[in-house]
Design a protein around this ligand. Structure first.
Ligand SMILES: Cc1cc2nc3c(=O)[nH]c(=O)nc-3n(C[C@H](O)[C@H](O)[C@H](O)COP(=O)(O)OP(=O)(O)OC[C@H]3O[C@@H](n4cnc5c(N)ncnc54)[C@H](O)[C@@H]3O)c2cc1C
Length: 442
């Protein structure tokens, strides 16, 4: 409740800024299906708007609100079932990667370790193993869902298969997922790390990256990040599954470009690879705050994404221009390219729309001083707006920075009607609407 000492911290979400700041009437920190059921009852009885939160990383701040926040972060159990793993809805990617890593196994989750597995999987989930194993939603075997009516329902390809289909990409529209069961895949070692280049070479690097990604094998995943903490840099962060020699060979075009300012590539377990960057590249990512802005400390962040049809020369020009004149605190990222196992799967397997070559891009900013927030948010909005003419026909829903019903309908394309039928069945009153909403009536 607002007068609890922990309230100020509990109401924060990852994208914390003047647009998304909310003061919920109450935050219910659930530890069981029953808590979730009771929280739903409470919301109905008090007519409070519901927001569901797992990892709190929704890019539009959808997991907070002015009503009742149903928070699953305490539901963080992790339990092996043979080679499968069953986890609570509040688990984060880093926790699950660490757990699967103890057995040298992986799940295709996100690149970012702080993201919640629930929000991630509900929207698809793209990360280091897209080419080899597809999306997070592809690894789901079963899930437990508390429906808005308060029923605790098991879902799988045989139990409530329509709901099972809907939650693997259709978002939190149909119920609150309290447990997931994922398949895991055995991986011994990976070659991974970061190669850092001067930011002045951004345009040429993006062209090289585009060509590299279109020909590299499915066991290679490269993400791009650009920042200017000490001076402008652009960097390739990567994971290659396979022997070190084969990895170095396939990475040759990236290692020859530049030349790089530094790299910390090493061959290790995926679990180990997820830890801190090595010293040689860490200094390029160290944050130096502009101290001249002596105003109230108000840390915050803002994040907007877009999916491009492909990384063509015109998009590269827009990106290179945007990152050549950014305000302090900026960052740019690029790199879930849809391909391999992800696009090899039938498009009707889940609501997640799979299109070969579609590429996600995001701009984000983080600040400690209020005066930095507006210029950063404006820069991010303008950069995304300039990329809109190059946007893909269908946007990756987890990066969808426009929550309007038409944007959501457009994104789900030919899956939309089936999703609406499932919504009609499980949440006809649209109680769960703090998400990329599929509204009713039909
Ligand atoms: C810094 C950053 C890095 C990211 N990196 C990646 C990445 O590498 N790959 C990728 O694919 N995506 C990435 N994303 C996007 C991310 O997948 C989405 O923002 C995702 O929705 C976050 O999930 P969450 O549980 O943390 O979020 P939350 O904010 O808790 O939830 C997101 C949405 O799902 C709903 N929801 C959450 N839990 C449940 C539940 N158990 N049942 C029903 N509804 C629920 C919420 O109400 C909300 O609408 C990133 C986002 C950020 C901000």
């Amino acid at each position: 409740m607002p007068d609890d000492p922990s309230y100020t911290q509990s109401r924060r979400v990852a994208s914390w800024n003047t647009r998304f700041e909310r003061s919920p009437a109450a935050i219910v920190e659930c530890t069981s299906h029953d808590d979730v059921r009771l929280a739903l009852e409470l919301a109905s009885a008090t007519n409070l708007e519901i927001a569901v939160r797992s990892g709190g990383h929704d890019v539009l701040g959808a997991s907070t609100g002015d009503g009742l926040v149903i928070d699953l972060q305490r539901m963080a159990s992790i339990e092996w079932r043979g080679d499968s793993i069953r986890v609570g809805g509040g688990v984060r990617v880093g926790q699950l990667d660490a757990a699967t890593g103890t057995r040298n196994r992986v799940i295709p989750l996100a690149c970012n370790r702080a993201v919640g597995v629930s929000g991630l999987t509900l929207g698809g989930g793209l990360g280091w193993f897209v080419g080899l194993y597809g999306a997070a939603c592809d690894a789901v075997e079963r899930a437990t869902v508390v429906t808005p009516q308060g029923d605790v329902v098991e879902t799988s390809s045989t139990d409530n298969p329509d709901l099972f289909w809907g939650i693997r990409g259709g978002g939190g529209n149909f119920g609150i997922v309290t447990e997931w069961q994922y398949s895991t895949y055995g991986i011994d070692t990976v070659t991974s790390g970061t190669i850092v280049y001067s930011g002045t070479q951004a345009r040429e690097f993006l062209q090289l990256y585009r060509d590299f990604k279109s020909t590299c094998p499915d066991n290679v995943t490269v993400e791009v990040v650009a920042q200017a903490h000490t001076h402008p840099i652009i960097a390739a962060t990567l994971v290659v599954v396979g022997t070190p020699n084969a990895a170095r060979k396939v990475l040759k075009p990236l290692l020859d470009f530049g030349p790089p300012l530094a790299d910390d590539l090493s061959t290790t377990t995926f679990r180990e690879a997820g830890r801190q960057r090595g010293d040689s590249v860490r200094r390029y990512f160290m944050w130096k705050e502009p101290m001249q802005l002596d105003v109230r400390r108000t840390p915050g962040s803002y994040w907007q994404g877009i999916t491009l049809e492909s990384l063509d020369d015109k998009s590269i020009d827009v990106i290179a221009d945007a990152i050549s004149a950014p305000p302090p605190g900026w960052s740019f990222g690029l790199g879930h390219v849809m391909r391999g196992a992800l696009t090899g799967r039938s498009d009707s397997a889940t609501p997640f729309v799979r299109c070969e070559g579609h590429t996600t891009v995001h701009f984000d900013g983080a600040w400690s001083y209020a005066a930095l927030a507006d210029p950063l948010m404006t820069w991010i909005d303008e950069s995304i707006a300039q990329l809109k003419p190059h946007a893909a026909s269908s946007q990756y829903v987890n990066y969808l920075s426009d929550g309007s019903p038409s944007a959501v309908r457009h994104t789900y394309a030919n899956h939309y009607n089936r999703l609406r039928q499932i919504k009609q069945r499980y949440d006809p009153a649209n109680l769960l609407r703090g998400n990329r909403n599929i509204p009713l009536p039909l």
